[in-house]
Write a protein that binds this ligand. Sequence first.
Ligand SMILES: NC(=O)C1=CN([C@@H]2O[C@H](COP(=O)(O)OP(=O)(O)OC[C@H]3O[C@@H](n4cnc5c(N)ncnc54)[C@H](O)[C@@H]3O)[C@@H](O)[C@H]2O)C=CC1
Ligand SMILES: O=C(CO)COP(=O)(O)O
Length: 332
Amino acid sequence: MIGVVGAGAWGTALAQMLASDGRDVLLWALDDGLAEAINETRCNGLYLPSADLAPSIRATHDLSDMEACDILLLVTPAQHLGSVLSKMGSFPQDLVLCSKGIEQSSGRMMNDVAQEAAPDAQIAVLSGPTFAHEVAEGLPAAVTLACGGGDTQWERLAPAIARPNFRPYYSDDVTGAEIGGAVKNVLAIACGVVDGLGLGQNARNALITRGFAEMLRFGVALGGKPETLNGLCGLGDLVLTCSSTSSRNFSLGKALGEGMSAAEALSDKRTVAEGAHTAPVLRELAQRHAISMPITDAVNALLNGEAARDVVQGLLARPLKAEGHRAGDLGA
Ligand SMILES: NC(=O)C1=CN([C@@H]2O[C@H](COP(=O)(O)OP(=O)(O)OC[C@H]3O[C@@H](n4cnc5c(N)ncnc54)[C@H](O)[C@@H]3O)[C@@H](O)[C@H]2O)C=CC1
Ligand SMILES: O=C(CO)COP(=O)(O)O
């Protein structure tokens, strides 16, 4: 049986997608009341109210129930993955990371967090342009499934996860896949700001393109492959998240651009805008590796309370330079 750890919007949507052909799915919810409500009403009213959940999904609040699963999809917010895994007694062979972020307290990617908790498990990363509500509706989507265990892990996971409208593409680049998902959330905040300030579509697409250059510089410097970042979990997810108010990160940026204070915009604690948590640690890592990431710096300035117009002005006033970059080039 396949298990999904985390019953937010994405965990619930993945459970619904996996159960679409009648297969059993066990969904772990942090909140006892939520697990009960899902089992009784077939609805996750807190995080994905629009979906009428399939009968083969069963929710539980008891993490030890997840030990019955032979594959676990991990879908907690990035900052909570370590604490949830530390409460689990044993793990199956395959752990599939679906969270998008970097652990603030340690600067570690989710892969390192999971590998420490479960040293014998093989880690894969599922990431791509996938708004939860669309996947839950059964609309077509494609993702990168980066398998640390290579071809043999892919052969186990692909048939367990693929469905007619949900297409995983194989990669062996766990690092690149993780970096794409984590960095695009920070860049989506910047694109939301441009929208909130009414700066137009030219500006937004300039920011997406220059943001992608940042993602590529950072990803390659940390060991990811350019072709991974050019794919669904990098460019694909960046374009989706930077173009729609369905994104919590884009919406957070938009609110900042419209004049809301960072403190107020961050006060919704129920749903997660991962970019706000990843931005400071991403900046720290970039500085440590001497990688130029001006848009990431700008998002940090915004989250620290600097006025949106001043931050944008600062980006536009940077010295003029060549656009092209080579893989491995850390300069801007
Ligand atoms: N919503 C989406 O469309 C997508 C989300 N993701 C990623 O999936 C991850 C989870 O996001 P969502 O499901 O959207 O979350 P959400 O914003 O819908 O819900 C918040 C989740 O955080 C959990 N939570 C809060 N405090 C916690 C704690 N102390 N320990 C453990 N869990 C805690 C809640 O139980 C809930 O599951 C994020 O990393 C996100 O970037 C990835 C792809 C799509
Ligand atoms: O990761 C996502 C789409 O691929 C969801 O983006 P948000 O977390 O910004 O809503």
